[in-house]
Design a binder for this molecule. Structure first.
Ligand SMILES: O=C(O)c1ccccc1NCC(=O)[C@H](O)[C@H](O)COP(=O)(O)O
Length: 264
């Protein structure tokens, strides 16, 4: 069994338990913000900055982080969106984290979880998310398409995450606005930035938000993603371990050229 299969098995259990609960809905206090619009208007690579206490591949990263201070720093340093890992069992996150973060920032918040059911989309929206994540490696195609339609009907944006050509082909069936290319293989944890280079070449549409996810550490990495045709990067561990978030984010926000695939 791969690690991803283990995560999905646990998620199925959690969703089944969640469906037995009848607690009232959170009432979200923030509006829904558009990541896609902000990316299309930017003249530099956009950053989705992640709140990530721990991960299966790295273990503890910053267990004692003050997530509200971290989120405010991300926003002040120019983040286009904040990703909050809400999975409890493997990432030590929660929907309460997402709710708290979305109440102190005025940019979109991504609910970074392993979404397999509509109820998770309702919960993410009620907690304040503007974007949800659908991972093609974790969903049969028909389920992905249904969840994509459900989330967009709720007014949310959807980050459709792929790691190989087959998943990209499946993701394109819904004509998504936002595609995330994960450089990390979620089955082996191996990270290879060339994944972005290889897959962006297979996207014909212009004007998409194309995110290079995982393994981003330096300005050179951001340039590599930009040169491949991505207009956005998603950065977790590097920013969580950073001693100067503002400086590190400035370095990563490299200028975009109008020839970038996802640009303008
Ligand atoms: O990060 C992991 O170990 C991981 C393992 C299994 C499934 C998902 C995982 N991470 C989720 C992500 O996609 C990353 O948090 C995100 O792209 C940021 O990556 P990084 O900048 O390398 O922390």
């Amino acid at each position: 069994m791969t690690f991803l299969e283990k995560i999905i098995d646990k998620k199925k259990q959690e969703v089944a338990e969640r469906k037995l609960q009848t607690f009232g809905k959170h009432t979200r206090k923030n509006p829904i913000y558009s990541l896609h619009k902000s990316v299309q208007a930017a003249d530099h690579i956009s950053i989705i900055a992640e709140i990530k206490r721990a991960s299966p591949s790295k273990g503890a990263i910053q267990m004692n982080v003050d997530i509200l201070e971290q989120a405010k720093q991300y926003e002040q340093s120019g983040a286009a969106a904040i990703s909050v890992l809400t999975d409890e069992s493997f990432f030590h996150g929660s929907l309460n984290d997402l709710k708290a973060v979305s109440e102190v920032v005025s940019i979109p918040v991504l609910c970074k979880d392993f979404t397999i059911d509509e109820i998770q989309i309702d919960d993410a929206k009620n907690a304040g998310a503007s974007i949800i994540l659908l991972i093609l490696a974790a969903l049969p195609l028909e389920r992905f398409q249904r969840l994509y339609n459900y989330a967009t009907e709720q007014g949310l944006e959807v980050l459709c995450e792929v790691h190989n050509a087959d998943e990209l082909k499946d993701a394109l069936t819904v004509s998504p606005k936002i595609i995330g290319i994960n450089n990390r293989n979620l089955k082996t944890f191996e990270v290879d930035l060339q994944t972005t280079t290889e897959l962006v070449q297979q996207i014909d549409e212009n004007g998409l938000t194309i995110i290079s996810e995982s393994g981003m550490r330096t300005k050179e990495d951001a340039e590599l993603a930009r040169n491949a045709g991505a207009n956005t990067i998603l950065v977790g561990e590097t920013l969580m371990r950073s001693e100067n978030v503002e400086k590190d984010m400035q370095a990563l926000q490299v200028p975009l050229s109008s020839s970038a695939k996802g640009a303008f």
